[in-house]
Design a protein around this ligand. Structure first.
Ligand code: MEV
Length: 441
C-alpha cells in the first residue's frame, strides 16, 4: 500500500503503531511473527529497550561476537564486538593472535579533555566583552558549581574557559570554548547541562553589569552544546616487530618486502583521500564494533575520528607505518570519547556483560582497547590487500551467509564450501549449486 501522512503517530500505543505499519505490508502476519520472536523474554527488559528510542516496533538484532587474545600493555583481553559485516571479527582476532606473539599492542592515553561551546553574538563594543571576561569566568564557575561538584569529586569537572573571536568569519560571532574532564563517563549529558546553565548565567551576568556600559541586548545566545570533535581526548596505540618476524606472513614475500609494501599501502592513504576514507573505514570496522558492544556513541567516535584525520587540512590515514633499523612499527592515533559509566552502559542488557568480559575497564582502558581493535582491523585489512586481496576471505564468509539464506543443511554446507574453494561465489551460482544437490535444475 502507498504511504501517506500519518497524523500523531508518536502519540499512538505500540499496538496501534504496529497495526498501521503492518496494514501496509503484503504479509503482515510474517512481519508481526518475526518482530515478536525477537522480543526479549523478560517484558521489563523489552520495555526498557523500547524506551531507548522512539516509535519502537521491536528489536533489530546484530551479531555479538568476541575477538580473543588481544595482548594490550602486557594484559590479555577478550574483546566484544558488534558488527553485521563478515570477516571483521575474524580479521581482528587473527591480527590479535599474530601480534600477541610479538609483544602485543602498546597503548597510552594522551589526554582526556572534552569540549563544550556556547555560541553567541556580541552586538556591543568588543572591548566591553573582552574586559569582562575574567570576571565572567569566575561568575560562571562559581554559579555552576551545583552541577559540577559531583564530577569534581570524581576527578573531573571544568577546565579552561576561553573566549574565541570568530567575527572575521561571521558578523558578531564569538564562542566560549570550555574544557571538561568527565572521569569515566562519556559526559555528553553533564557537559550539555553545564553549558545550558552557563548560557543562562551569561544573560544574568551581562544584565547585571549593564550599568557599566554594557547593554542587555548586547548578548545574544545562539546555542550551547558539546563538541563531538575531541582532539584533546586522544589515544595512541602501536605494534612493532623486526622485519625477520614478518617473513611467515605471506609465501613469496620476505619480512622486509612485506614491510615495504605495507608501508607503501599506508602512505598511499596519507596522500590520497579516496584511499584514506576506505583505509580509515577499515580502522572503524574494529572501533565501531567495540564502541557498539559497550553501548557507547559510535557516531560521535566516527565523527571525531574523521575530523581528526583532516586536521592537517587534508583527509589522511589515521594510522602510520615507520620502518627503522629493520623494525616495522605501525601506529594509530585518534580521539575516542567513550564512557564506562552512565548513558546506556549499565542499562543495555549486553553492554553490562561486555564490560564484564573486558574485566571492568575504566574509560582510559576502554579507549586503549578500542584503539587496539582499530589498529588490529587496519593491520589485517592491509595485510590481505597487499598479499592475496580481501575477496578470498570475504567470499568465504559471504558464501556462509548465502548458504544460510538458502537454508542449506550441514551436509549441503560442507559440500558447497568444498566446491566453492575453487569457484567464484555469487548468489546465483550458489543457488544453482544447491538446486543441483537437491535434485533440481
Ligand atoms: C572493508 O570493510 C574494509 C577494507 O576495505 C579496509 C581497507 O581497504 O583498508 C578492507
Amino acid at each position: 500500500m502507498e504511504d501517506k501522512f500519518i497524523q500523531g503517530f508518536s502519540k499512538l500505543s505500540k499496538e496501534q503503531k504496529l497495526k498501521i505499519i503492518s496494514d501496509r505490508l503484503v504479509d503482515d502476519t510474517d512481519f508481526l511473527t518475526e518482530l515478536n520472536s525477537l522480543n526479549h523474554r523478560n517484558p521489563e527488559v523489552q520495555l526498557m529497550l523500547e524506551q531507548f528510542s522512539e516509535n519502537t516496533l521491536g528489536n533489530f538484532p546484530l551479531p555479538y561476537g568476541v575477538a580473543p587474545n588481544f595482548l594490550i600493555n602486557g594484559r590479555y583481553f577478550t574483546v566484544p564486538m558488534v558488527t553485521e559485516e563478515s570477516s571483521v571479527v575474524a580479521a581482528a582476532a587473527s591480527a590479535a593472535r599474530f601480534w600477541s606473539e610479538k609483544g602485543g599492542f602498546h597503548a597510552s592515553v594522551k589526554s582526556t579533555t572534552k569540549v563544550g561551546q556556547i555560541h553567541f553574538c556580541w552586538h556591543g563594543e568588543s572591548a566591553a566583552l573582552i574586559n569582562s571576561l575574567d570576571e565572567l569566568k569566575v561568575y560562571l564557575e562559581e554559579n555552576s558549581r551545583h552541577l559540577t561538584r559531583k564530577m569534581t569529586e570524581r576527578g573531573g569537572g571544568l577546565r579552561e574557559i576561553e573566549l574565541i573571536d570568530l567575527t572575521e568569519f561571521l558578523d558578531n560571532y564569538y564562542q566560549l570554548r570550555i574544557g571538561f574532564e568527565t572521569a569515566d563517563s562519556m559526559g555528553a549529558n553533564f557537559i550539555n547541562s553545564v553549558l545550558e546553565e552557563m548560557s543562562s548565567l551569561m544573560k544574568i551576568f551581562f544584565s547585571r553589569i549593564s550599568e557599566s556600559g554594557v547593554e542587555k541586548e548586547d548578548l545574544e545566545i545562539i546555542m550551547s552544546i558539546l563538541s563531538n570533535y575531541t582532539p584533546d581526548c586522544v589515544v595512541e596505540c602501536f605494534i612493532e616487530a623486526p622485519f625477520s618476524s614478518l617473513s611467515t606472513i605471506h609465501e613469496g614475500f620476505s619480512g622486509e618486502e612485506f614491510a615495504r609494501r605495507f608501508k607503501l599501502a599506508v602512505d598511499i592513504a596519507s596522500v590520497d583521500p579516496f584511499r584514506a576514507v576506505t583505509h580509515n573505514k577499515g580502522i572503524f570496522n574494529g572501533i565501531d564494533a567495540v564502541v557498539l558492544a559497550t553501548a557507547n556513541d559510535f557516531r560521535a567516535v566516527e565523527a571525531a575520528g574523521h575530523a581528526y584525520a583532516s586536521r592537517s587540512g587534508k583527509y589522511r590515514s589515521l594510522s602510520r607505518v615507520e620502518l627503522r633499523d629493520d623494525v616495522f612499527r605501525m601506529s594509530l592515533e585518534l580521539p575516542i570519547a567513550v564512557g564506562t559509566v552512565g548513558g546506556l552502559t549499565s542499562l543495555h542488557p549486553l553492554a553490562k556483560w561486555s564490560f564484564e568480559i573486558l574485566g571492568k575497564p575504566d574509560a582510559r582502558e576502554l579507549m586503549m582497547i578500542i584503539a587496539s581493535a582499530g589498529l588490529a582491523s587496519n593491520f589485517a585489512a592491509i595485510r590481505s590487500l597487499i598479499t592475496h586481496g580481501i575477496q578470498k576471505g570475504h567470499m568465504k564468509m559471504h558464501l556462509g551467509n548465502i548458504l544460510s539464506v538458502l537454508g542449506a543443511s550441514a551436509e549441503e554446507r560442507a559440500t558447497a564450501l568444498g566446491y566453492f574453494e575453487n569457484h567464484t561465489v555469487s548468489y546465483r551460482d550458489v543457488e544453482q549449486f544447491l538446486n543441483k544437490q537437491r535434485g533440481g535444475q
